[in-house]
Design a protein around this ligand. Structure first.
Ligand code: SAM
Length: 430
């Protein structure tokens, strides 16, 4: 049986615990809140949405919060004018909608609205049709569960978990978040649809069925999606019939999706988003990919638990796959990761979180002007200590244990200061 350990995080979204790593997949303070704060708010949407094609790479897709938040963020901000043209106005990286009588035929244009002058850009074309998202994860069942996961749960009940509560209790703050975060169901429909069409073994997967029908997990799933899955879960179709089946599946799928959703999907043209999920080792997939990306989400487990996705060689690979004005976003502030990024040729900066007034992650870019918050002298100094010795994975095929062992040996043989010696030294000279 597949090991699945869900619980509710403080913002009403589902979080996961991994007993093998004794680690949590998401912030217990709010899995979705974390996705927004670390991966979505730092994006420069003004520049991004001005592009003809927008390519996003979601490394370590898991249950898909980063992809979902990205789409949800856009969906929430797009409103319709009488003429049914979409107007998305972006100011200082805060997206808001305003009303104007201008009917815009261009892709984008600077506008004046009412008496206020907005030095902003309006987008009237279909935002979603230019978005391609490629999601990578090596855990098939987890990724296949992504469209079923419920968000915005009001009655956060962490009783009767299928693992010891104390494993996650240590991460949960006592204060429940006031803002329940929710993903529009439409996005889950989109992901369900795309996975069902592009990943043939999705529809007849015994492990997936067992989890979806288990009473223990029922409260974590949207019952509409579990019901929909039951309808399409036909076994025994020969591969040669697959094409016919895909049409068949599509018909069944659309038969059971309510008209309300069908209409909304069509109106927003959300189904124009090109979403694909690849079940793979992210390193191999990116090696074989010849596309470049505008935004890369890097959401691997903590560096010491999954060093293969934080090595110098992996960042060299990402450097080849990032557009000149693109950015890599990640939650970690690890010195080993930051020094590997710099060594691979990136400029790096910090992610600022308004709510907590703290810096919460790292941005890596090729164009230095995209960095809003640079590292301080002290933070840069830390990269020169043993903490800044990065992970090596020469052929991008190493096992996590071997990569860790290699780094530990390098630290042992290094004559660099340790981080605690460095902090002591910094205190003394201040
Ligand atoms: C912290 S979780 C990501 C959470 C995810 N972004 C979400 O929204 O649920 C880390 C993910 O990395 C995946 N993973 C671990 N090693 C990997 C590898 N070598 N290639 C691809 N995915 C990997 C795990 O399966 C897990 O889903």
């Amino acid at each position: 049986m597949y090991e699945f350990h869900p619980y509710f995080t403080n913002d009403g979204s589902v979080g996961l615990y991994n007993p093998d790593f004794d680690d949590i997949y998401h912030s217990a303070d709010g899995a979705l809140t974390e996705a927004y704060e670390k991966f979505i708010y730092p994006i420069d949407f003004d520049t991004l949405l001005a592009k003809d094609n927008i390519r996003v790479l979601d490394i370590c897709y898991g249950i898909g919060y980063n992809t979902k938040s990205f789409l949800n963020f856009l969906l929430e901000k797009i409103k319709f004018s009488k003429k049914n043209s979409k107007k998305l106005i972006i100011e200082n990286n805060n997206i808001e909608t305003i009303h104007t009588n201008n009917i815009l035929s261009n892709n984008k244009r600077k506008i004046n609205s009412n008496s206020t002058t907005y030095n902003s850009t309006i987008y009237t074309d279909n935002i979603f049709s230019k978005i391609s998202i490629k999601a990578l994860d090596n855990d098939k069942i987890l990724s296949y569960l992504s469209p079923f996961i419920k968000t915005g749960e009001k009655n956060i009940d962490n009783k009767n978990l299928n693992f010891e509560y104390k494993q996650v209790d240590k991460y949960l703050s006592k204060q429940k978040s006031k803002n329940l975060k929710k993903i529009d169901k439409l996005i889950n429909y989109l992901i369900f649809d795309k996975i069902a069409h592009n990943n043939p073994d999705f529809r007849c997967n015994d492990e997936l069925s067992a989890i979806l029908t288990s009473k223990v997990f029922k409260k974590y799933f949207d019952s509409n999606f579990s019901a929909l899955y039951k309808k399409i879960n036909y076994k025994g179709i020969h591969l040669s019939l697959l094409n016919a089946f895909i049409t068949f599946l599509h018909n069944i799928y659309y038969k059971y999706v309510s008209n309300w959703y069908k209409n909304r999907l069509k109106t927003y043209k959300l189904d124009n988003v090109n979403f694909s999920l690849e079940i793979c080792d992210a390193r191999q997939s990116i090696k074989n990919d010849n596309l470049t990306y505008d935004v890369i989400f890097l959401d691997a487990f903590t560096p010491s638990k999954c060093p293969c996705l934080w090595s110098y060689e992996f960042f060299q690979l990402l450097h080849e796959h990032l557009n000149e004005d693109g950015m890599i976003l990640t939650y970690t502030s690890s010195a080993a990761v930051r020094s590997a990024m710099i060594e691979a040729g990136f400029y790096i900066g910090k992610i600022y979180n308004k709510t907590s007034d703290k810096f919460i992650g790292t941005i890596a870019v090729k164009n230095k002007s995209l960095i809003k918050y640079e590292l301080t002298e002290d933070e840069l100094g830390l990269l020169k200590t043993t903490a800044g010795i990065f992970y090596r994975d020469e052929n991008l095929t190493g096992l996590n244990e071997a990569i860790n062992a290699g780094r530990n040996l390098e630290i042992k043989n290094s004559d660099r200061m340790t981080s605690s010696q460095y902090f002591k030294h910094c205190k003394e000279i201040k």
